[in-house]
Design a protein around this ligand. Structure first.
Ligand code: S3P
Length: 743
């Protein structure tokens, strides 16, 4: 058996915090013995009865002589009582014993140590478990209190590595995640996130409960008040100690809050609906964001192996009228331009997927009031090109390359510094393609190693226009440069090697900003204004593609995809599938908000392999994973070249698709800039098996569609990111006729 994390554990103060650590370590077999120390004999008795301690005594001096190196003393008494415990330890603590504590304020613990020892001794590791409940005392102790909770350790320069590691191992054995922080930072963070809410709760409940006109308050108390009363029933001694011990940081937090409350009062008095809407929306968004973050945390911490897996059963066909979610590219841009416009922008059809929501959250973090999304409707209260505010921290953009690259352009022209970060996949993607032209414009941008995220953008640099020739066909790079151009002196222009999606150019024009377009060149002059308005986001052709391919490959299928954007810079998939023999009709063609839209009817027809024309590659760039599935079902060989960009998407899509198709028994040979696929031919089917989508949404959905022509079940791993672009994919696929389930 492994060595226990600690030798003996002496718990001074067997209440909720101390008792729970003792129970957790005992349950994990992570200490040899627990000795409880409590002031009263009956608490000692209780600690023994509850199994918290193997021995319990009322005097610390009594146990100190038996301790030896490797043992730990955990001081779990109210904050202001820590000093008296330290005094008892001073003269009798054997060498090599570690001392740590659980007090909520660390500055006062360091002061108590200084008074006791004349400084912080090397064996003292100040700590603070961020866990607890309104209940207190030994009877509330539980062995799972710390599981998946954080413990902050605040070691000082003189803290020895050996003692620090012992305390770290101890908390990890109790199931906690250990972080370190400087003492001062800890106290400021806790003042804002824990101490201030408690002060407010005590103050509010005390105010209302003792207002003589409100004597029936508890009888009518609704949910909101009840939440405050829950916090206000925490242990008064403990909280008195905490606020006295962390006085300065708490006073600053109270001052900040008082100023905001006064502003709220004025807005209510003046009937200022915009300000109220702003405060309430930002607060709600912050809470929703927090909830999502917590859900993610729990997910990654405890459910690694329960990542979303798709189980796609073989065979079947698809049919019906389907409306897939809104266009991702346009949804991003609607938030960006709406935020920077003057006046209000109303968006319909907004994609409520994680990528577009990351953009939305970023602008909220920069002070923009955004209502919704509510069934695709978003209302943005634009702040003008110069109205963004410095965000409270780095902007986290999840999986979304479009958010990071387009925002880089917009933020290069601001007066404040900002850092852009993303998830594991985004953190591997190349960013010098945007950082370099922005630097040419005068921006100051630092990237991580090899030009990867995070991007650190320094504000306050005046940009100047450039004439930029794109080295690759990329709408993100083009858009980034043009958006930076809004803030640049003079003219900014881009020339692309092949046509790429032009939503930025179209939408800028829609917002009343003049953009000159001449073949491959687009240009604009900085210093203008955007005017808010209405945006109708059509369904995303990239999402529609999965059902187009599904209908094309599965005998007996016919689907009608409604209100799909068919912008000529996005319609490569229609051209390619038609060249392969697919039966695709565009019905009810119309123009909506400057973008062409149609209903797309697809019926099954036998497909033939083709050599894909290179000029179609940028026009179908996101659709290739699904097109490869069509190729695998076609008669003969399909050859793709000139598509090296596919290797730097959310995954290396050439390799990921080749690997997956080979597992299904399809001959698929990757090349440096494309792939060669030998189709199974009409009527033939390929095998099943387990394929890995590598967390790439489009790979996951493509293999789900492939199941229509498989003989056996296809299990697709790592599908959680389907939510980035296509929330509700599984349900819609089931409705259309796929036998698809999530595990
Ligand atoms: C996008 C451009 C394309 C595309 C991405 C969305 C956009 O990326 O793959 O999904 O909205 O501008 P590249 O510019 O890297 O080709």
């Amino acid at each position: 058996m492994a060595e226990p994390a600690v030798g003996r554990l002496v718990v001074v103060g067997v209440g909720l915090i101390g008792g729970s650590l003792a129970l957790a370590l005992k349950a994990a077999g992570a200490c040899r013995e627990v000795i409880g120390v409590a002031r009263h004999e009956d608490t000692c008795q209780q600690a023994l009865e509850l199994g918290i301690a193997d021995r319990a005594v009322t005097s610390l001096a009594e146990v100190l002589p038996v301790l030896e190196a490797g043992d730990v003393v955990f001081v779990a008494v109210p904050t202001l009582a820590v000093e008296s415990v330290f005094r008892e330890l001073r003269d009798h603590l054997p060498a090599g014993v570690t001392v740590t504590d659980g007090a909520s304020v660390k500055g006062s613990v360091v002061e108590a140590a200084a008074k006791t020892w004349g400084g912080v001794p090397e064996f003292l590791v100040p700590g603070h478990p961020i866990a607890g409940s309104e209940q207190s005392g030994a009877s509330a102790a539980r062995d799972d209190l710390y599981i998946a909770h954080r413990v902050i350790l605040t070691p000082l320069d003189g803290t020895s590595g050996e003692h620090f590691q012992r305390v770290e191992r101890m908390w990890q054995a109790a199931g906690a995640e250990v972080l370190t922080m400087p003492v001062r930072e800890h106290d400021e963070v806790l003042a804002a996130t824990s101490h201030l809410p408690h002060v407010i709760a005590y103050g509010l409940v005390d105010t209302l409960a003792h207002d003589s006109e409100n004597e029936n308050i508890f009888r009518y108390a609704a949910g909101g008040f009840r939440d405050f009363t829950r916090i206000a029933s925490s242990d008064p001694t403990m909280w008195r100690d905490i606020v006295l011990a962390n006085r300065d940081a708490i006073l600053s937090a109270i001052d900040l809050y008082t100023a905001n409350l006064t502003a709220l009062r004025s807005a209510i008095a003046a009937g200022d609906s915009d300000t109220l809407m702003g405060i309430f929306t930002r607060a709600k968004a912050a809470r929703d964001h927090f909830t999502r973050m917590l859900a993610k945390k729990a997910y990654t911490e405890t459910m690694q192996e329960q990542e979303v897996t798709f189980i796609a059963r073989p065979g079947g066909s698809v049919s019906g009228k389907l409306r897939v979610p809104g266009d991702k590219s346009m949804s991003h841009r609607s938030i960006m331009l709406g935020s920077l416009a003057e006046g209000i922008t109303e968006v319909e059809g907004f994609l409520e997927g994680e990528d577009a929501l990351a953009t939305l959250q970023a602008f909220r973090d920069m002070g923009v009031v955004i209502e919704g999304p509510d069934r695709g409707r978003v209302v943005i209260h634009g702040v003008g090109l110069h109205g963004l505010q410095v965000p409270p921290g780095p902007l986290y953009l999840g999986n979304s390359g479009t958010s990071m690259r387009l925002l880089a352009g917009l933020l290069a022209g601001q007066s404040f510094d900002v850092t852009l970060t993303g998830d594991e996949s985004l953190s591997k993607r190349p960013m010098n393609r945007v950082a370099n032209p922005l630097r040419d414009m005068g921006a100051k941008i630092d990237t991580g190693p090899e030009g990867r995220p995070p991007l650190k953008i320094s504000g306050g640099h005046q940009l100047h226009g450039i004439d930029y020739r794109l080295p690759m066909a990329s709408a993100q790079v083009k858009s980034c440069v043009l958006l930076a151009g809004l803030y640049a002196e003079g003219e900014t222009s881009t020339t692309e090697p092949a046509p790429t999606r032009d939503h930025t150019e179209r939408m800028l024009t829609g917002f009343g900003y003049e953009v000159q377009r001449d073949g491959a060149r687009a240009s604009l002059r900085g210093g203008g204004k955007l005017r808010g308005g209405r945006i109708d986001v059509p369904a995303d052709i990239s999402s529609a593609t999965f059902f187009m391919v599904a209908a094309a490959i599965a005998p007996g299928s016919e689907v009608l995809l409604e209100h799909v954007g068919i912008n000529p810079t996005r319609d490569g998939v229609i051209n390619i599938l038609r060249a392969m023999g697919a039966d695709i009709e565009l019905l009810n063609r119309r123009e909506v908000g400057g973008e062409p839209v149609a209903d797309i009817r697809v019926r099954h027809a036998p497909l033939t392999g083709i050599r894909i024309p290179e000029d179609q590659v940028p026009l179908a760039i996101d659709e290739f994973p699904a097109i490869f599935v069509a190729a695998a079902c076609a008669d003969g060989e399909t050859v793709l070249t000139g598509a090296g960009e596919l290797r730097v998407k959310e995954s290396d899509r050439i390799q990921a698709m080749a690997d997956g198709l080979q597992i299904l028994g399809v001959q698929a040979e990757p090349t440096p800039d494309g792939i060669v696929i030998q189709g199974a031919g009409a009527g033939a089917a390929f095998g099943g098996g387990t394929v890995d989508s590598l967390g790439d949404h489009r790979i996951a959905m493509s293999f789900a569609v492939a199941s229509l022509r498989a003989r056996d079940t296809i299990r697709i791993l790592n599908c959680a990111n389907v939510a980035t672009s296509f929330p509700g994919f599984v349900q819609l696929a089931q409705r259309a006729g796929l036998s698809l389930a999530e595990e």
